[in-house]
Design a protein around this ligand. Structure first.
Ligand SMILES: Cc1ncc(COP(=O)(O)O)c(C=O)c1O
Length: 325
């Protein structure tokens, strides 16, 4: 029988889809790595199980223990699956920017949810990441710490990178990804560059994030933006900036327009970070067209649109946050 033994076997091995219509008229191929097809709905399923199993191996997480994590929601969902499967309790700490859909989802999955104000500086004790550290200390819990935990990068080095290499028969020329923690870009990017040093790694960064300026060694300031899950107001420890060949900054409007086109042209219902990354991939292809280059460009699409029904896919919410859209 063609059956699997556990949910853990269903994580990863996501398909790659050529975006024929979204990339119409280009010589290059835009290839979408469909991470939204993971069982928990995002790329973060990969690190949920991987980080928990690494913590068990290192004796950091004992049977019946508590997991605490600061998350934009998706890592919380990945960890919730691991927690349910392995019998742990989970406390997730988020900023209020995280969509209600993801907070409600986490509650349904049995996680405790703590929502902190958004827009605070990293040094503020009420910043959601500092709050997660404080809760973990108070409860004697294991802090998954996706921003600094090396297992995050390792998960992508061992799965996402090799999958892309195999699925493209090594014909991949460019990887386009966003950075929330840096896990995806650093892990997959490192693996692919080791296999073929000519591969270019492109960071898709929302306008308002500090990462572009930080990567380029310029003075960085941050401002608010609507795209969820990628972009940062600090340098995550898991982001290996040395892997990045170019940064493409994308406005909220362009990200959301690209997400809309992915639905209308390809019937792919994805989140705003996917829109941002797909837009950057297409811009890169357009720029290379002038040099007459036809490239295989793999864009990571991190999650699906259902998590944003109360935000970017709610016309009223959007009209309020992004007037005249
Ligand atoms: C929706 C979404 N896209 C992309 C990412 C970024 O992935 P990474 O943390 O591996 O950089 C995240 C991470 O939080 C996310 O939630």
């Amino acid at each position: 029988m063609d059956v699997y033994d556990s949910i853990t076997e269903l994580v990863g091995n996501t398909p790659i889809l050529k975006l024929h219509r979204f990339g119409e008229g280009l010589n290059s191929s835009l290839l979408a790595k469909c991470e939204f097809l993971n069982p928990g709905g995002s790329v973060k399923d990969r690190i949920g199980f991987y980080m928990v199993e690494a913590a068990e191996k290192h004796g950091l997480l004992k049977p019946g223990g508590i997991i605490v994590e600061a998350t934009a929601g998706n890592t919380g969902i990945g960890l919730a699956m691991a927690a349910a499967f392995k019998g742990y309790k989970l406390i997730t700490v988020m900023s209020e920017k995280v969509s209600k859909d993801k907070v409600n989802m986490l509650k349904c999955l049995g996680a405790e949810t703590v929502v902190m104000p958004s827009g605070l500086s990293r040094s503020d004790p009420d910043h959601f990441m500092n709050k997660a550290i404080a809760i973990a200390e108070e409860k004697g819990a294991w802090l998954a710490d996706q921003f600094f935990n090396g297992s995050n990068v390792e998960a992508h080095y061992k799965s996402t990178g090799p999958e892309i290499w195999k699925q493209t028969d090594g014909e991949v020329d460019v990887l386009v990804a966003g950075v929330g923690t840096g896990g995806t870009l650093s892990g997959a990017g490192k693996y692919l560059k080791e296999m073929k040093p000519s591969i270019k790694v492109i960071l898709a960064d929302p306008e308002g994030s500090m990462l572009k300026a930080m990567v380029e060694g310029k003075e960085a300031t941050s401002s608010s933006y609507l795209v969820e899950g990628i972009g940062q107001d600090f340098m995550p420890g898991n982001f290996d900036t040395g892997l990045v060949d170019e940064v493409i900054s994308v406005s909220d409007r362009a990200s959301l327009e690209a997400a809309k086109q992915l639905w209308e042209k390809e019937a792919l219902f994805v989140g705003s970070s996917s829109g941002c990354i797909a837009h950057a991939a297409r811009q890169y292809a357009i720029a290379k067209e002038k040099e007459n280059k036809a490239l295989n460009i793999v864009a990571i699409l991190p999650d699906g649109g259902r998590s944003y029904m109360s935000t970017v896919y709610d016309p009223e919410w959007l009209a309020h946050k992004l007037p005249s859209s």
